[in-house]
Design a protein around this ligand. Structure first.
Ligand code: MG
Length: 250
């Protein structure tokens, strides 16, 4: 892995699409959620002003910017409201992509997830904070890992669970992954893998990072890539990368 500092004009020559993860990349990690019976409270994070400017500028320079996240569409639309004309949103771990008001669904998980969700909702534990509203995958926020959740999901061969330190994502193996979203998006945009650059920070970004022409990791312990950046509390990874790209192309 090379340091992001070492990225040069040569690396960006054929790049047309920039793919960004959300949590830990565009906004800090962590979701505040509280569920009590039928009441659900969830805090929306907003994208920092500096990143808005950088994304608009890259768009003006001809790049397609894609936000690829495990979050739901309604939430991404709120978080990125001010830049919706300049980005596409791939959501729920590659299940679908929103482009200028049009939704492209990449996977149908309805039949496979219905029964397991019913079982998961019956699990009683003080460590379960709540089910994040999702259309195609299941996300359960927990204070810690919960064995009974893992056991229920493991009964289904076609399903995965992914623990990211604050929540489980549950979905269809090899169908609801970020790379599925990326592969569908490049078909829609009529470009190739080699024309893409992707930035992620966590285990669920691995396949997406590997498929991209140029890959960048914001957490080299969790994710290997062509380039990495050291963890910094002052500057979010997306801000660092987008500034670097603009610095190179100008
Ligand atoms: Mg992340």
């Amino acid at each position: 892995m090379k340091l992001l500092k070492e990225m040069s004009q040569k690396d960006l020559k054929i790049i047309k699409l920039i793919v960004l993860d959300v949590d830990g990349v565009l906004v800090p990690r962590g979701t505040e959620i509280q569920q009590k019976g039928n009441f659900l409270k969830i805090k929306t994070k907003k994208i920092p002003k500096k990143e808005i400017e950088l994304i608009k500028e890259l768009y003006a320079n001809g790049f397609h910017i894609n936000i690829n996240s495990g979050r739901g569409l309604y939430m991404l639309q709120k978080m990125f409201f001010s830049i919706l004309p300049f980005v596409s949103l791939t959501y729920e771990n590659g299940s679908a992509t929103w482009i200028k008001g049009r939704v492209y669904q990449h996977t149908n998980s309805f039949a496979e997830l219905r029964e397991v969700e019913e079982k998961l909702r019956k699990i009683k534990s003080k460590s379960i904070k709540g089910f994040e509203p999702k259309e195609f995958i299941i996300s359960i926020h927990c204070k810690r890992r919960i064995r009974s959740i893992e056991k229920v999901v493991a009964e289904y061969k076609q399903l995965y669970y992914l623990w990211n330190g604050e929540a489980y994502d549950i979905g269809l193996k090899s169908k609801q992954t970020k790379v599925v979203g990326l592969k569908n998006l490049i078909k829609i945009l009529r470009i190739k893998n080699k024309n893409t650059l992707a930035l992620g920070d966590n285990y669920n970004d691995k396949d997406m990072i590997n498929a991209a022409g140029v890959s960048i990791s914001a957490d080299k312990k969790r994710l290997k890539a062509d380039f990495f950046m050291p963890l910094s509390k002052k500057e979010l990874p997306a801000q660092k990368l987008l500034s670097k790209i603009l610095g190179i192309i100008k």
